[in-house]
Design a protein around this ligand. Structure first.
Ligand code: URA
Length: 418
């Protein structure tokens, strides 16, 4: 078999066989096929798509490209969660501790920023000292001791996805249903959880722009999950506006702590409690409403915040983040307030434009080995439905280097008046 023939077949709209997909993924993982040919295949799939059987074959080949995690050493039903990526999506830092505080073990592998969307690992690593490079055996030990561990996708787990994910990020081939489904489900299947809750976003700030595409992605992923013997539930969520009020790395850690203390914006709280309730319900085998009540209680009684502090400490980070986030995470050197140009009512704070502003500030990577600015970010002062007067602050841009014109333009254009 030759990689170039497989690329040409897909480029011309052909349907790949299991053997062709398996050969390509195995050879790419082994370094026998280079990034050039892999990028060409990804772009061909992006334009030509894949049918359900091809997507399942791609998922399984990627899941089996590395180690299959055995979580049987952890007591209880292990429930994983995955978001398809959005703007201001800090749910893992809130939902993980809530779920663990309610007695459901959380052994979670998360990703880095991708394109204009953030990544949980970059957010967590903005906490001084915190490490997400945790070998699987150690992760099992930590979850048995504390109930929660959030680790970066190790090289051992779905290495084909790790390479392809980074490659797609810098070659414009992210927004494809089969590629996203295979990427997410390969990691989830390899990560060994018994049940999976998928948080599928749609709208301007998501990879899926329409609800119909998000539904198609959710259905594809649920089908693959069930085929692999994992109970899989998907929740669809709008990403027309950012989730919560903060977008960035340290800034989202701060908002997560505030939410675990019972504060935070209503949209963020509502979404987190819904996800946590699904995880608790699957983990404990109880009804959704009972699970939701448990989730609410864990925030009210402080056990979820204590769980987050414990998780940070065990992973080597500074748990004082949960007491005084500004002191532990620092304040960015530069800030710039975007102000209303006129009196009016805000119809929308566009998630994509805010995501691009955050990207221009340094929140994400622009190349494979690029660095991020952990303190860069956007803090929204208002979102839709708010009346403003000319000169009122709409949002604040933060960075450790001078705020760029591009970021200012992107953030200003995010606000659409009625
Ligand atoms: N999240 C993933 O894990 N993979 C994708 O391809 C997109 C979002």
């Amino acid at each position: 078999m030759r990689a170039v023939d497989i690329i040409i077949k897909k480029r011309d709209g052909g349907v790949l066989t299991d053997e062709e997909i398996r050969y390509f993924i195995d050879a790419y993982t082994a370094g026998e096929i280079g990034d050039d040919q892999a990028a060409a295949l990804m772009m061909s799939i992006f334009f030509r798509g894949m049918d359900y059987d091809e997507t399942t074959a791609l998922t399984l080949a990627m899941a089996e490209s590395g180690k299959q995690v055995d979580l049987s050493g952890i007591k209880g039903v292990k429930v994983d969660k995955h978001s398809t990526g959005g703007i201001g999506d800090k749910t893992t830092m809130i939902v993980g501790p809530i779920t663990a505080a309610c007695g459901v073990p959380v052994a979670k592998m998360s990703g880095r920023a991708l394109g204009f969307t953030g990544g949980t690992i970059d957010k967590l690593e903005s906490i001084p000292g915190l490490s997400t490079s945790i070998p699987i055996e150690k992760m099992v030990e930590i979850v048995n001791d504390t109930g929660i561990c959030v680790a970066g996708q190790t090289l051992e787990l779905a290495p084909a996805d790790k390479k392809l994910y980074a490659l797609r990020d810098v070659t414009g081939s992210i927004e494809s249903i089969p590629l996203i489904a295979a990427s997410i489900m390969s990691k989830k299947i390899a990560a060994g959880a018994d049940a999976i809750v998928l948080d599928v976003k749609y709208g301007s700030g998501a990879f899926m722009k329409t609800k119909a595409d998000a539904k198609a992605l959710a259905d594809t992923m649920c089908g693959i999950g069930e085929k692999a013997g994992r109970r899989t539930v998907a929740v669809l969520n709008s990403m027309e506006e950012p989730l919560g009020m903060c977008i960035g790395n340290t800034i989202e850690v701060k908002e997560s702590v505030e939410t675990l203390k019972g504060g935070g914006s209503e949209d963020l709280k509502k979404h987190c409690f819904e996800l946590a309730a699904h995880m608790i319900s699957l983990g404990l085998g109880i009804g959704f409403e009972e699970a939701e009540a448990m989730a609410l209680k864990s925030v009210e009684d402080g056990s979820a915040l204590r769980k987050f502090a414990q998780m940070i400490k065990v992973q080597g980070g500074d748990p004082s983040v949960c007491d005084d986030p500004d002191a532990a995470l620092g304040i960015p050197k530069y800030s710039y307030v975007i102000r209303a140009e006129k009196d009016g009512s805000i119809e929308k704070c566009d998630a994509y434009s805010i995501g691009m502003a955050a990207y221009a500030l340094g929140v994400g990577r622009t190349s494979l080995k690029g660095k991020i600015d952990p303190r860069a970010g956007v803090k929204l002062i208002v979102k839709s439905g708010v009346d403003v007067k000319k000169g009122d602050g709409l949002c604040v841009l933060y960075s450790d280097s001078p705020v760029s014109e591009e970021a200012i333009e992107r953030a200003s254009s995010a606000y659409i008046y009625r």
